[in-house]
Design a binder for this molecule. Sequence first.
Ligand code: DX5
Ligand code: ZN
Length: 232
Amino acid sequence: MPTPIARRIAPSILSADFARLGDEVRAVEAAGADLIHFDVMDNHYVPNLTIGPLVCEAIRPHVKIPIDVHLMVKPVDRIVPDFAKAGANIITFHPEASDHVDRTLALIRDHGCKAGLVFNPATPLAWLDHVMDKLDIVLLMSVNPGFGGQKFIASTLPKLREVRARIDAWRAGGGQEIWLEVDGGVKADNIVGVAAAGADTFVAGSAVFGARDPDGGYRGVMGRMRQALSGA
Ligand code: DX5
Ligand code: ZN
């Protein structure tokens, strides 16, 4: 029997109620979230400013699931150890923001976290060429980074298929497991197409936190996403 494909849903707390962040992360975990997606913006690499290691440390005791830190910052290396210390489990960064991509990937792993590269819609996949052995995750942006609530960019689908093929070929040649994550504009009504293009890990910010159940939880929207994925 073929092994069922793991499909992970990663609510992005960018769209959560920041005044109640502990409650919010507990509620998405209770609703079946697989990861907490944590968007770090510096008002330099991207035109917005969000949260840093202190907030990561503050939410860490509230959930057991991994914290998936998406760094939209430049430079990258200085902040990596701080996030590892603050309880991050996965750290991804944009290759354009690092002067030494291979070194940054190694630095993240040396600090005990899974490491990954993030590709903006127009960032070429050539950045993958020489670092496949150092990757635990590849994240394709399906919007331009900086804000939640944007529309999914359709050209991400062929790009996902291309990365899926590269990862499958790498695995077939004996390489390590690499997750394929997508971030931006993902919701219950387009998640099937995104999964069919090869993604296994789905970030959803506004779609999750904008659809709170009457009791304050998120079981309804997470259930709809799971349901859609189960048919994919
Ligand atoms: C955008 C962030 C995303 C964002 C996604 O720069 O990286 O994680 O929160 O939000 P939605 O799901 O609303 O597009
Ligand atoms: Zn993100």
